[in-house]
Design a protein around this ligand. Structure first.
Ligand SMILES: [Zn+2]
Length: 82
């Protein structure tokens, strides 16, 4: 999962599909956390998957692509920051 500019815990955030970069807006960070929980229940159709040793998130569109046999084009992480 990618989260932009999370410098507070209750502001609007946008999550991005790690494959096609589709954005999913949430009115607050708490909602984003709820998104992570919802993934486990598969309610929104998004899904997490271990790719190159890192948990990535994918939108329903990309999940559907997998079903049709397409491969994931996620790039490996470019190292860990400080
Ligand atoms: Zn996607």
């Amino acid at each position: 999962m990618s989260i932009e500019s999370v410098d507070r815990f209750d502001g609007p955030v946008t999550l991005y599909c790690d494959d096609c970069k589709t954005g999913l807006d949430f009115p607050s960070f708490k909602k984003a956390v709820a998104f992570k929980k919802a993934q486990k229940e598969r309610k929104p159709g998004w899904r997490s998957s271990m790719v190159n040793g890192v948990w990535q998130d994918f939108c329903p569109k990309c999940v559907a692509k997998w079903a049709s046999g397409a491969s994931i084009k996620v790039e490996p992480p470019s190292g860990t920051g400080g």
